[in-house]
Design a protein around this ligand. Structure first.
Ligand code: ADP
Ligand code: MG
Length: 341
């Protein structure tokens, strides 16, 4: 067996990547989480060159001049813009590892990712300077990151509430037994908030403001402990002038009701497809929520009420996939795989 420092990592770095629609996280063996930034790139249309990456680009949303185009290279969990995804990953890899490193990367993708989509991920990473790409199933890795042992003949269910999709998976003996996904996620919530404020208050707000409203007063059920209203700044649609309005948690709750019900349906569909023994396991063990949407107060309660099983939020819902890749890297690859396969 290889000892500490004996492995191939002496010659190349080993890292794990969570390539999300909203966020890119890089986990490095020995160092932990080294990158946790928005999956966003600001392109200067005049020069065709990137103007900013990650957090710096995110801060520019709605504030940049016309020649700056804000791009999310990932859409609904897949690579939508090959060139920009490569630029973004090259930038983050260089930031984390320096110029010359040619890392070995473990990256996650969803259970419904096609071979073609997987091959696009491989190509993007290879062109971004990666020496070897290992693709892992995201649900399995997030279970690992959330501290669940999925190797046993027992049912476990994970619902990942990401920005571009919501994925519900039931796992047993290291494999996916049932998987359902919907294109409804955090980004769609933000759009619903923009639309609602436009219709009800005749005010246009930007994407970042909408996300802030969701995080500050967004509630899945009307009994949370968050503030019940906040001031929101936008542009008056009639005059074009700046306008501040008061927005209540109640109206945001109503604006999010339809997309949230779609999420409940998706989880229900995944649960309905499994054999009764596994359903009994999930009744006992509960469902684990991961992804940023798990932080919306009341999401756990609502799912629990509709699915009739306990629901728990992972300890670190936003980082648990990256941490799961970290656990894979800590062990030798083969040893860990025999544990989860
Ligand atoms: P992805 O994996 O698709 O990149 P993440 O799991 O990183 O998505 O979650 C990002 C999404 O979670 C974003 O839409 C963000 O607005 C949302 N989010 C993050 N924190 C919160 C919060 N406290 N309350 C509600 N939504 C949140
Ligand atoms: Mg994700």
């Amino acid at each position: 067996m290889l000892g500490e420092g004996d492995s191939v990592t002496m010659f190349s770095k080993e890292i794990g990547i969570d390539l999300g629609t909203a966020n890119v996280l890089i986990y490095m063996k020995d160092k932990g989480l080294v990158i946790n930034e928005p999956a966003m790139i600001a392109m200067d249309a005049r020069t065709g060159e990137p103007a900013a990456f990650g957090e710096e680009a995110y801060q520019m949303i709605g504030r940049a001049p016309e020649n700056i185009e804000m791009i999310r290279p990932m859409r609904h969990g897949n690579i939508a813009d090959f060139g920009k995804a490569q630029m973004l990953l090259s930038h983050f890899l260089q930031q984390a590892l320096g110029k010359l490193a040619r890392p070995r990367v473990t990256v996650c993708c969803k259970a419904d990712t096609t071979r073609v989509e997987q091959s696009v991920i491989r190509q993007v990473l290879t062109q971004a300077g990666v020496r070897q790409v290992i693709i892992e199933n995201e649900s399995k890795v997030s279970a690992l990151g959330a501290g669940i042992d999925i190797s046993k003949p027992a049912g476990n269910m994970i619902v990942d509430l990401g920005a571009g999709t919501t994925d519900a998976s039931v796992l047993s003996m290291g494999d996916i037994v049932s998987f359902e996904t919907t294109d409804i996620g955090g980004l769609h919530f933000d759009q619903c908030i923009i639309l609602h404020i436009r219709k009800k208050h005749n005010v246009y707000i930007g994407e970042r403001t909408a996300e802030q409203v969701k995080k500050e007063i967004g509630l899945v059920q009307m009994n949370g402990e968050k503030p019940s209203a906040m001031n929101v700044h936008g542009s008056d649609l009639a005059t074009g002038l700046p306008k501040t309005i008061e927005v209540t948690a109640e109206e945001i709750h109503r604006a999010l009701r339809v997309p949230i019900s779609k999420i409940v349906e998706t989880a229900k569909d995944a649960l309905e497809q499994i054999p009764p023994e596994l359903a009994a396991d999930i009744t006992q063990r509960g469902i684990i929520l991961t992804g940023g949407g798990a932080l919306l107060p009341g999401m756990d309660n609502l799912l629990s009420e509709h699915l009739n099983v306990p629901v728990f939020i992972a300890e670190n819902p936003l980082t648990c996939i990256a941490e799961g890749t970290g656990l894979l890297l800590l062990d030798t690859m083969s040893k860990t795989m025999s544990r989860i396969n």
